[in-house]
Write a protein of this length. Structure first.
Length: 230
């Protein structure tokens, strides 16, 4: 028989984001996987490829979102083979993810963002919050860290940003969430997708900006000095 503690809901946290720029999209995420107050993984990759030039940002239960990403990848690859194409549209990928999320909404703990580039619509972002709603948006943030940066993103987002502006904007937003959300942390991962490239990059933890009252990590175990008590 399970005890009461083992039956409690496991709280998870993360920060995910995607934003369009003129000709493509930039996706961003932190890398901390938490289980309540315990950090289970410091270097998780929460940006998963669905098909050619289309990616999925995952928040919520890692097991649930990884399962969704796996099924979406399977269905989309089969769809591409049937059409005789290399990939699929961002909207098609978003609809597949939405269908999986909505069909299993009774038990699934998953908030996701689908973003990428296709020849017809160029850069697109779709957000799929818990429950399986699908929304076509120019930018989206999700996860526990999103509540700390919504005002920043609303204030600083602008249409038709350049690639460099968009990448800097996403990195700044995710680093701000890391600075305030205890369930977000690690490195800042980004994926830049447009007609010409799919580039995955990351900002190491010791290079993530530190704000206001934060203490910068030294990258090692702090030295402890013992002072004898008189």
């Amino acid at each position: 028989m399970m005890n009461k503690k083992s039956q409690e809901e496991v709280l998870t946290g993360t920060t995910i984001m995607a934003c369009t720029y003129e000709g493509g999209v930039v996706l961003g995420a932190d890398s901390r996987t938490s289980s309540g107050s315990y950090v289970a993984n410091r270097a998780a990759d929460k940006i998963t490829k669905c098909c050619d030039r289309v990616y999925l940002c995952r928040s919520g239960s890692a097991a649930h979102t990884q399962a969704v990403a796996g099924y979406a990848n399977l269905y989309l690859n089969q769809h591409a083979v049937e059409l005789g194409q290399k990939g699929c549209s961002v909207k098609t990928a978003a609809n597949i993810v939405k269908e999986i999320a909505y069909t299993n909404k009774q038990w699934m703990n998953a908030g996701m963002i689908v973003a990428g580039w296709d020849a017809k619509n160029k850069g697109k972002v779709f957000v799929i919050p818990m429950g399986g709603t699908l929304m076509d948006v120019p930018f989206a943030v999700g996860g526990s860290g999103s509540i700390y940066i919504n005002a920043f993103v609303d204030r600083n987002w602008k249409p038709e940003m350049t690639k460099d502006e968009c990448k800097a904007f996403v990195r700044k937003a995710v680093s701000l969430a890391i600075s305030r959300d205890g369930s977000s942390g690690g490195v800042v991962r980004t994926v830049t997708v447009d007609e010409h490239e799919e580039v995955k990059e990351f900002v190491p933890g010791n290079e993530v900006p530190v704000y206001q009252d934060e203490i910068r990590s030294t990258g090692g175990v702090p030295k402890v000095e013992f002072v004898p008590v008189p």
